[in-house]
Design a protein around this ligand. Structure first.
Ligand code: XLS
Ligand code: NI
Ligand code: NI
Length: 443
């Protein structure tokens, strides 16, 4: 093990809500049972490789700010990749998340040819396999980075050039094999540049068919090799393209149905992508659960005044509790989990800042789990909803839903019986108070 994170010498431990130790958990008590499972099993948290280890702290106006030895440009790229992986596993182990997630290019450098890129990745997968065996850290998901390199400027699967489609397909095949080999529980496809900058130079119908074909190829290959993880699409409305085809959960569901994929692919919902699409996080979860395509979550947050994917660490217990509530109502995670697609601010230079970000995020998720579980166990909210729709349970409602009455029947009924409904309260403020009371109360 390296000692890059030498300021944190022991694994981060749970000390309870009254602790003021910045390197301890105040809420994440991994073995505590919540709704029949340990916190660790309910939350299934994962660190991401890209923002935490492969991103140097650059933005569109400025160079990297982080001092990490593996960014030294004089280093051999494969030596740097090994050093980076040593530090990454040191971090996972000290932090105590059960999972990590990666893009192929985060863990292994792109070579001069596709063959060299494959061989670099294979070497690093061997190394990751031994690191995982040593530490017990597991792979939540793998993904191919098909958006950074200039060849992908006009998209990967949706590129006007079929050679780019082929290149992306080859990259995904290799990365899916690697993910399977490491026992990855999911494989993610975020549509990096699957969208358009300008309609006037875009054949949208053609691009959508290309994307549908690409995803069908992925599902066919997944079945061929017997990968038993879940294939996930990660919706996002814009950025980097002006319009991304996988806009939000509802759009993705329609797309999946159109291409016959709704039983084979689920969604990985990112909090900051939901808010960029103009939705609340819990809306996106509910939409996916309702359509049977909920898979996993990229847990982060945006900034109310910045219109891009700021990927900040989640820190709102209210926002996360409402999302976890919908996840638990939907039956909880199966192969998915909470993956921290989060990055430090550029001025958070110190290696320990990575601990502060993740410790706060894990505590936020753990406390949110307690709040969501309390809301479910109290049953007050569910009872209010049941009561609100209870009239649909009576004969008239049942007959309407069963398709037994026509528009003319309803017209006749309203006339004959002089039906004149009176509105009832939706009780929104009272419900908001229940949520706040629960947040104050859980321990
Ligand atoms: C970018 C996406 C990306 C995916 C993985 O906005 O969130 O980080 O999660 O490719
Ligand atoms: Ni993401
Ligand atoms: Ni994102």
């Amino acid at each position: 093990m390296t000692d890059f994170f030498h300021d944190v010498s022991t694994p981060v431990a749970y000390e309870g809500p009254d602790s003021d130790n910045p390197f301890a958990f105040r809420w994440y008590d991994k073995d505590r049972i919540v709704m029949g499972k340990s916190m660790e099993e309910q939350l299934r948290m994962s660190v991401c490789y890209w923002h935490s280890f492969a991103w140097p702290g650059s933005d569109i106006f400025g160079a990297g700010t982080f001092d990490r030895p593996w960014f030294d440009p004089t280093m051999d790229p494969m030596d740097a990749a090994h050093l980076k992986m040593d530090a990454a596993f040191e971090f996972f182990e000290k932090l105590g998340t059960p999972f990590f997630s990666f893009h192929d290019r985060d863990i292994a450098p792109e070579g001069a040819t596709f063959a060299e890129s494959c061989s670099n990745l294979d070497t690093m997968i061997d190394y990751a396999e031994s690191k995982m065996a040593d530490t017990g850290v597991q792979l939540l998901w793998g993904t191919a980075q098909a958006f950074f390199q200039p060849r992908y400027a006009a998209g990967a699967a949706t590129n006007p050039n079929p050679d780019v489609f082929a290149y992306a397909a080859a990259q995904v095949k290799h990365c899916l094999d690697a993910t399977k080999r490491l026992g990855g529980q999911n494989y993610v496809l975020w549509g990096g540049r699957e969208g358009y900058e300008m309609l006037l130079n875009t054949n949208m119908a053609h691009e959508l068919d290309q994307l549908g074909r690409f995803l069908n190829l992925v599902v066919e290959y997944k079945n061929e090799i017997g990968f038993d993880g879940t294939i996930l699409i990660e919706p996002k409305p814009q950025e980097p393209t002006k319009h991304q085809y996988d806009y939000d959960s509802a759009t993705v569901y329609g797309f999946l149905q159109h291409y016959g994929l709704e039983n084979d692919i689920k969604v990985n919902i990112e909090v900051n992508h939901a808010t960029l699409a103009g939705h609340d996080f819990n809306h996106e979860i509910k939409q996916a659960v309702t359509n049977g395509i909920f898979g996993s979550v990229d847990a982060n947050r945006g900034d109310d005044r910045l219109g891009w994917d700021t990927d900040q660490f989640p820190n709102s217990v209210e926002q996360m509790s409402l999302g976890v509530y919908e996840i638990l109502l939907g039956g909880g995670f199966t192969t998915g989990g909470f993956m921290f697609d989060t990055k430090l601010r550029r001025q958070s230079l110190h290696p320990t800042d990575l601990f502060h970000g993740h410790i706060g995020a894990m505590d936020t998720m753990a406390r949110s789990l307690l709040v969501a579980a309390a809301l479910i166990e109290d049953g007050e909210l569910a009872a209010l909803v049941d009561e609100r729709y209870s009239r649909w349970g009576a004969d008239k409602g049942q007959r309407i839903l069963a398709g037994e009455v026509s528009l003319a029947d309803l017209h006749a009924d309203v006339l004959a019986n002089n039906i004149n409904p009176t509105p009832v309260s939706g009780q929104q403020e009272m419900i908001e108070n229940i949520v706040n009371r629960t947040i104050e109360r859980v321990r």
